[in-house]
Design a protein around this ligand. Structure first.
Ligand SMILES: Nc1ncnc2c1ncn2[C@@H]1O[C@H](COP(=O)(O)OP(=O)(O)OP(=O)(O)O)[C@@H](O)[C@H]1O
Length: 304
């Protein structure tokens, strides 16, 4: 019999998953999975819980929670030789990764997707000792994703980023960087850089519109030094994915990207603080098998 391990964060988002747990367990059992659950107790607990699920050779792990929980589960399995397939039930305040995989917020519909069994091996990003699923980046502007208080995020969503962004615009400063990507070199002053695995980024769905999740490549998007007026013009273009051809943008695909900066620069991983640069970003090709929606499969295939 196939075995499923549900790892859920009882504190994530509006804490809705707990109430549904019995139903979710029943649905997995009915679908032929012997199923058990682990409620995370503190930061880092999902990493251990996932490692234990690997040791016990569960066929699938279902991560229920926000991006933080999914990220911890990925940390727990990414280094292992045997990696259970990963299903996601979004339950956080931000669910960028679930959104990228076309997984709806509704718990029952998310379970449907796992039980429909559309499985795709997808790339995972690694930088220094951290993993990321969606996007990593550096530059003053990327720092705003964690300066937005999470309460505010929940209440007003995307608007929180925009408000914070506007507040920070005058303090945007260029930084000299040296970026090595697949044996080539980019050396200039920049405003920010993004290393993207998916195209779903904190409300900007089109920052890396061509990012494909199973090609072993990141989309590297660099905004060169600009003045404020230019910056606003390009940010407007970016909301509709029309920025990549702009002369102020450097855009390429790469499997390995090394970033060195002259000034201190923070690293942003999936919207969270990820330490300081320098960093070496490595794309782990089709590293983990995920349960995804049919729409996701169609979208990926269109990008071929
Ligand atoms: N029982 C717990 N009590 C407090 N924190 C926990 C507990 N279990 C897990 N955590 C921590 O909470 C962090 C955030 O959780 P998660 O991402 O699931 O939800 P969220 O904060 O609501 O959503 P998001 O991260 O998407 O904004 C996790 O990275 C984890 O370290």
């Amino acid at each position: 019999m196939r075995r499923a391990r549900i790892i859920y964060n009882p504190t994530s988002g509006r804490e809705g998953f707990k109430k549904e747990l019995a139903d979710v367990l029943r649905r997995f059992e009915e679908a032929g999975y012997e199923t058990s659950a682990h409620a995370t107790t503190c930061e880092g607990d999902a990493i251990n819980a996932a490692k234990i699920a690997v040791e016990r050779k569960f066929d699938i792990i279902v991560a229920a929670g926000g991006d933080g929980t999914i990220n911890e589960v990925i940390h727990g399995i990414a280094e292992q030789e045997y990696r259970p397939k990963l299903g996601i039930i979004p339950g956080g305040t931000t669910n960028d990764f679930a959104r990228a995989l076309g997984i709806p917020r509704d718990i029952n519909k998310a379970v449907d997707i796992i039980l429909e069994h559309n499985i795709r091996p997808l790339d995972i990003g690694k930088v220094n000792e951290h993993y990321f699923m969606n996007i990593a980046g550096g530059g003053k502007l990327t720092e705003l994703t964690y300066e937005v208080p999470s309460k505010l995020k929940t209440m007003i969503g995307q608007l929180a980023y925009y408000l914070k962004g506007i507040e920070m615009l005058p303090s945007l400063k260029p930084t000299k960087v040296r970026i090595e990507y697949d044996g080539k070199l980019f050396e200039e002053e920049i405003m920010l850089f993004l290393v993207s695995n998916t195209n779903s980024v904190g409300g900007f769905e089109k920052l890396a519109p061509e990012a494909k999740m199973d090609d072993g490549l990141f989309d590297l998007v660099i905004l060169k030094k600009t003045n404020l007026a230019e910056f606003i013009r390009i940010a407007t273009l970016a909301t509709r994915g029309a920025h990549l051809d702009d002369k102020n943008i450097f855009y390429t695909k790469a499997n390995r990207v090394k970033v060195y900066t002259e000034d201190k620069m923070q690293l942003n991983l999936d919207g969270e603080y990820g330490g300081l640069l320098p960093g070496e970003f490595v794309n782990l090709y089709k590293h983990i098998e995920f349960f995804v929606s049919k729409t996701f499969c169609e979208r990926q295939d269109e990008l071929e």
